[in-house]
Design a protein around this ligand. Structure first.
Ligand SMILES: NC(=O)c1ccc[n+]([C@@H]2O[C@H](COP(=O)([O-])OP(=O)(O)OC[C@H]3O[C@@H](n4cnc5c(N)ncnc54)[C@H](O)[C@@H]3O)[C@@H](O)[C@H]2O)c1
Length: 395
């Protein structure tokens, strides 16, 4: 009989509820056996959504790991909580699929890297933009040298949050507006948006596809920021825009911008551009635009409009398309299930995850230190560090 991969899910907020549906109903050979959230009504709501009375509900994930027959755990909590929770899950002998970003501290990155090494279990980051059609296309173009040497990449992730995204009712998990929160009559908890000290900490989502295309890693970073508190929300102790400028091992310069307060045209704006010695490619910034491309060796007298997308005959399209982010959420879950069933390597392993998180953390540190540059460590084990051992210096 074919192996069915059994999931336990920790964190049933926005991401956990969407991804648990995928794990239970969409990805083949995969089912959820237990859900855990410290806010019980959120786990109960997610269980109702899965429509399976056999699914168990927990508020203590260690109890879930002890009681249930689970192969893999989805860790979908706030990123500052990833290191402790991910490592406890690995030490309990379970594979992990973890949401992006890996961690918000260098120590947290190393803790997860060395625990994955010590336990030998599978760890995958659930960053899904690296599976986008434009990424596959640009990666092929780079591999076939159509764009020449890639000199420069840029990207942005702008996602304006409304004033109801910073507090929740700690008993029900429901969003609480800033006005209601200020009245302080409700049991309140700050959300991950409030706790994300630097918007640039979220750049791993944008860096992951670029490093996937370039097959490269960042070696140096500087960060810059507008003032704190925000111009948009004067009560909010974060900058509206932060930018990281990075240099890679293979000599490409990358500039990434992140901001989560300012209003933008299409809600969530991810976009990238890549410039080589023989041409450039660019994703649309808004829904009404098309992608653009110019290739010097192909006699283009002007840039071309392009739409990158999967063929309608693509085999997993129907099930994938019913999932979030234009169908991309399907991929990391599918990839994790296949890696466990067939004992294959995962797509975005712990080193790739740390290679995207560390430049963001150090960009934040650069901002706090007058925009001085920081070197980004190589997380792979080698001459300077044995597998499973913490390094002498974190960075
Ligand atoms: N890949 C993407 O496109 C994408 C999009 C949004 C968010 N994310 C990431 O997903 C993660 C979750 O984001 P979200 O928006 O769902 O957050 P959220 O705050 O809505 O949900 C997190 C949940 O985890 C629960 N939790 C915290 N500690 C717990 C513990 N010890 N045991 C059990 N439950 C616990 C909280 O009660 C909360 O309900 C974050 O890391 C975020 O950065 C990724």
């Amino acid at each position: 009989m074919e192996k069915i991969v059994k999931w336990g899910i920790i964190g049933l907020g926005h991401r956990g509820s969407a991804l648990s549906y995928l794990c239970h109903h969409i990805v083949p050979q995969s089912k959820v056996v237990a859900l855990c959230d410290t806010i019980k009504p959120l786990a109960e709501k997610a269980a109702r959504n899965l429509k399976d009375p056999d699914i168990k509900i927990y508020t203590d994930f260690m109890q879930m790991l002890k009681n249930e027959d689970i192969d893999v755990v989805g860790v979908f909590v706030a990123p500052e909580d990833n290191p402790d929770i991910v490592c406890e899950v690995l030490e309990a002998g379970k594979h992990v699929l973890c949401e992006v970003p890996l961690a918000l501290t260098m120590e947290g990155c190393w803790k997860i890297v060395t625990t994955v090494e010590k336990t030998g279990l599978k760890f995958q980051m659930a960053e899904q933009l690296r599976y986008a059609a434009f990424v596959r296309s640009w990666k092929k173009m780079v591999a076939e040298n159509m764009l020449g040497k890639i000199l420069y990449c840029e990207g942005q992730y702008l996602h304006g949050m409304g004033p109801d995204r910073y507090w929740i009712n700690s008993e029900t998990g429901e969003r609480v507006s800033i006005d209601e929160a200020e009245k302080e009559k409700l049991p309140l908890k700050k959300t991950r948006f409030w706790n994300l000290k630097h918007p640039i900490y979220y750049l791993p989502h944008e860096l992951s596809p670029l490093l996937c295309i370039l097959d490269d890693r960042v070696v140096k970073v500087v960060g810059m920021s507008t003032k704190v508190p925000s111009y948009r929300y004067q009560w909010f102790p974060q900058a509206d825009i932060e930018v990281a400028l990075m240099h890679t091992e293979k000599d490409t310069i990358i500039r990434l911008m992140a901001g989560f307060t300012i209003e933008n045209l299409s809600g969530s704006e991810h976009s990238n551009r890549m410039v080589g010695t023989k041409g450039w490619v660019e994703q649309p910034k808004t829904k009404s635009e098309k992608g653009k491309m110019w290739l010097s060796e192909f006699y283009f007298s002007d840039r071309m409009d392009v739409e990158w997308g999967y063929s309608k005959y693509w085999e997993v399209q129907r099930s994938a398309l019913s999932t979030g982010h234009g169908g991309l959420d399907y991929f990391p879950v599918f990839n994790m299930v296949e890696a466990i069933r067939l004992d294959k390597p995962v797509e975005m392993d712990v080193y790739k995850a740390a290679d995207t998180a560390a430049p963001a953390i150090l960009a934040g540190l650069s901002i706090e230190n007058g925009s001085i540059p920081f070197n980004v460590p190589d997380f792979a084990p080698g001459n300077n560090r044995r597998s499973g051992k913490m390094p002498d210096k974190l960075f």
